[in-house]
Design a protein around this ligand. Sequence first.
Ligand SMILES: [Zn+2]
Length: 338
Amino acid sequence: MPKVDRPKRSKVSIYLEEFPNETLRSDGQVLYCQSCDKSASIDQRGQVIQHINTSKHRGNKDRKLIFQQNFISTSSASTNSKSVFNDDLCRALIRLDIPLFKLKNVAFKNFMEKYTGHTIPDESTLRKNYVSGVYEETISKIQNIIGDGPIWVGVDETTDADGRYIANVIVGKLSTEPSKPFLLCCEELDKCNHKTICQLFNNAMGVLWSNDPEAAMAIKKTVELIDSKNLQNNLSFISTNFGFLVDTISKLETSKMPLTESLEIVDNAIKQLERVPGEIGVLTNSKLKNVLEKNTGFNTVMSIRDILLNKTPNNNYSEIEYTRKEIMCMKYAPVHVR
Ligand SMILES: [Zn+2]
């Protein structure tokens, strides 16, 4: 028969009786702290007291208590069709940019089940029953912040690793304060041309302002505008490949940049384009001049910039039809070049 160290055994049981609320446990020989997940030294009573008084032990004990309470409340709340645990798990994965298919990973699944005591749902369960709730909440949050606008919209298309055309629509509020951009929608396009981009823009605006007839009219007008030949020409020109433009574009991607600063960058880019020598220089400059003249929107923001800088608007720039408040809201209007 194995010998049991009597003094040790009695010491352990004394501590268990003396500190019943410290999550201590024993196999009869070793004193184990469940909160800290380690054994405690029992040679001296002072050592046990020292352990249970450490801030680490107290923190661990509080967390364990909260965990147990949450476990009980989520387990009982899960009796209806939706599980609170699954909902929380879905939100955590989405906020962390962790793809839901990672739940198929056996090591992760086992770890989660072992330490949470909950069955880990299939990826498809989360997709079917939980993702839509998070999506609707996110859209409604964006709608609340954007309100009735005014807004700016950015559409960007890229080819992913599998050769698919993926387009993203970002939206932000035009305001006197810098505003946070939101990814409103992300879609795969059959092909990338002005028609598919217009359709995407239309869909995105439908997500943002689904039930507003006035907004529907504005969307229709904007789609017609995007569809116009003039804008297509402008876009073709901007995509012309000049080295310094790469730098210009990345500078303009700086967020929260005031309109006056971003237009200074554009101004410098124009000056550099004017210095391009030879036939191509002549062609691009005449094209640039042409585009800038035709681009009434650019002229308008230049005039707004001059007003924001308290300068008399340059005669080259068109008269503008904005109110003082609207002009103030342009302070952080983003300027993008493609
Ligand atoms: Zn402890």
